[in-house]
Design a protein around this ligand. Structure first.
Ligand code: SF4
Length: 219
């Protein structure tokens, strides 16, 4: 790999190259058939697992198959369907108002750009970036708790604010790489560099990491 004048950028590229080797094909584990379903599923995925979301969305999208249908749903009916994912009142309100807003201002068509997406009720940069990268294949970096932790541990940012981290990562990587970053960081954060006990002793990024001995080897 050609080096640049920026050692952090060189390291960042090596990190991604290794993560691509480990996870050649990766995408969201959320089940969806169109951008609107992914938008709603991503909102529901807050504070729960993708498996939990996937266990309720078939019923949700069967009963309310379009933004127009969900915009007109009764909140208590939707709450019953997504109850098991937690924070169900807030999530119900978010997906109904997002769908109504989408109908009112975009004719029910999910916009494929960040500026418009983040104007939708209940949609922040992280959710918008997931939809852009996954449903549209557009360059976008979603910063969740795993991306935040990994980017900090690997010295790719020294910020805590997700938007600032997103901009640091944008600086370090070519635009065409952006869509492949988040899901790989997230998976690696779950598999190896987890929050409490990162598996540094068997980490394939070990010699690229400023904290190679965060957890001592067992035994
Ligand atoms: S060496 Fe440890 S802290 Fe660094 S990326 Fe690997 S698991 Fe995370």
């Amino acid at each position: 790999m050609p080096t640049t004048e920026n050692p952090t950028r060189d390291r960042a590229r090596l990190v991604l190259r290794r993560l691509k080797r480990r996870y050649p094909e990766i995408g969201t584990a959320l089940d969806y058939r169109n951008p609107w379903e992914l938008l709603a599923s991503t909102i529901i995925s807050a504070q729960t697992t993708d498996e939990n979301v996937n266990s309720v969305t078939p019923t949700l999208f069967e009963r309310w198959p379009t933004a127009a249908a969900l915009a007109g749903a009764r909140a208590e009916d939707v709450e019953k369907v997504i109850f098991s994912t937690g924070f169900y009142r807030q999530k119900t309100n978010s997906i109904i108002t997002m769908s109504a807003d989408l109908m009112e201002r975009f004719g029910g068509v999910v916009p494929d750009n960040l500026d418009d997406l983040v104007t939708l009720q209940g949609v922040g940069r992280k959710t918008a970036s997931v939809v852009l990268a996954e449903a549209f294949g557009k360059p976008a970096i979603a910063v969740d708790t795993h991306v935040k932790r990994l980017a900090n541990r690997l010295g790719l940012t020294d910020h805590a604010d997700p938007t600032k981290i997103e901009f640091d990562l944008r600086e370090l990587y070519d635009r065409r790489q952006w869509a492949g970053i988040s899901m790989r960081f997230i998976q690696f954060g779950r598999d190896v560099c987890n929050a409490r006990k990162p598996l540094c002793y068997e980490c394939p990024l070990n010699e690229l990491c400023p904290y190679p001995d965060k957890t001592p080897p067992p035994g």
